[in-house]
Design a protein around this ligand. Structure first.
Ligand code: MAN
Length: 348
């Protein structure tokens, strides 16, 4: 099932719309933007993935070190190399990423046409836990500022970092708020019964799997009382992993969360979940079928095909304008009706 209305202008942003930020690199992908509103403009925190221009027979990629960017290069014929996933390189059993991601900003007055504003410089990984980059930013817009949660990637691990800002020019980096292995963290934009809540997605390789959890906090820095709210489902679009999208939408029926689910073949779709307004650890309903599937050509073919992945949206009355990464290469937008999503959900 697919109940969204894609914009006729899709893709709204492509790698060639930007100039690489790192000297000697090319932009391989634009991915999964966080979204916010500031001074009547819509802002995107775009995950930009760069790599060196690739030479025949070689594979090379940048990593971030204390003394700046460093390029690692391997011979494609090297038998110690595993290149089966375009996103990851495995060399002698160690994993690296084929690209390095950082955040770049684009603004729009109409939600469709985006442009860069030189007053907002890019944000790069700045600590050893971010040596392979920072990815998939969610922006929680709250009374006291914008709270950015994102994936920190390095040879050590994958975890969730948080930064706080009021102007997207100056940031306070709060460090890793969910330890490895964890990603897909979305903070609720208001407190419930005096507590902050956030979705997160730990991975448990032995028992359990890649499931969605919720946690509470007195201050957004220290999280506890972790509860698993949704596991993968055999035979469904979310059979291998699932994770939160943007902050949930408050509706009269509950908190509505648009999330991503993937199969083991790495087909990424979007689904929805409804949680109790007063106790968001209680899931009231969940999509049996996806509400969006990779069916447009730009969602099926690209850097990593068959992917729709959203972690940013703007709500306007009954409409949710989602911004999403398609095929891990281009940025697109589509609209959902909240009423229509709620009508698809089977209440437990
Ligand atoms: C992971 C993340 C996302 C990416 C998908 C699909 O979930 O790295 O950023 O879009 O995989 O590749």
């Amino acid at each position: 099932m697919d109940i969204c209305k894609r914009s006729g202008s899709n893709p709204i942003l492509r790698p060639l719309d930007f100039v690489p930020a790192i000297e000697g690199m090319e932009i391989a992908c634009l991915l999964n933007p966080g979204v916010f509103k500031m001074d009547h403009r819509i802002g995107l925190v775009i995950r930009v993935a760069e790599r060196p221009k690739q030479k025949e027979g070689k594979i090379s990629f940048p990593i971030y070190t204390k003394s700046g960017f460093k390029v690692l290069e391997f011979d494609k014929t090297d038998s110690d190399l595993d290149l089966s996933d375009p996103r990851v390189i495995t060399y002698q059993g160690k994993n690296y990423l084929t690209t390095l991601s950082y955040f770049r900003f684009a603004f729009s007055d109409d939600g469709i046409h985006f442009y860069e504003d030189p007053a907002f410089p890019p944000v790069f990984g700045s600590r050893s836990s971010e040596a392979f980059g920072i990815e998939d930013c969610r922006v929680a817009t709250m009374k006291d500022g914008y709270f950015l949660t994102f994936t920190e990637v390095s040879a050590l691990a994958v975890g969730v970092g948080m930064m706080e800002t009021v102007d997207f020019k100056h940031y306070t980096h709060h460090g890793m708020i969910f330890p490895p292995h964890n990603k897909d963290c979305a903070i609720f934009e208001e407190k419930i019964n005096s507590k902050y809540y956030a979705f997160h997605r730990p991975s448990s390789p032995e028992l359990g799997g890649n499931y969605m959890w919720i946690a509470e906090s007195p201050d957004r820095l220290h999280w506890g009382n972790h509860i698993c709210i949704a596991a993968t489902r055999e035979g469904h679009f979310d059979s291998a992993r699932l994770g939160a999208g943007a902050a949930p939408i408050k509706t009269s029926e509950g908190w509505l969360e648009i999330y991503h689910g993937a199969t083991k073949e790495n087909r990424y779709c979007l689904g929805a979940m409804l949680l109790d307004l007063d106790n968001p650890t209680k899931v009231l309903a969940r999509s049996e079928e996806p509400i969006m599937e990779p069916i447009a050509p730009y969602e099926q073919t690209g850097f990593f095909g068959n992917v729709v992945f959203s972690n940013g949206q703007i709500v306007e009355g009954d409409t949710v304008h989602i911004y999403y990464g398609a095929s891990d290469e281009v940025i697109c937008t589509a609209d959902f009706s909240i009423r229509e999503i709620l009508d698809t959900l089977s209440v437990k």
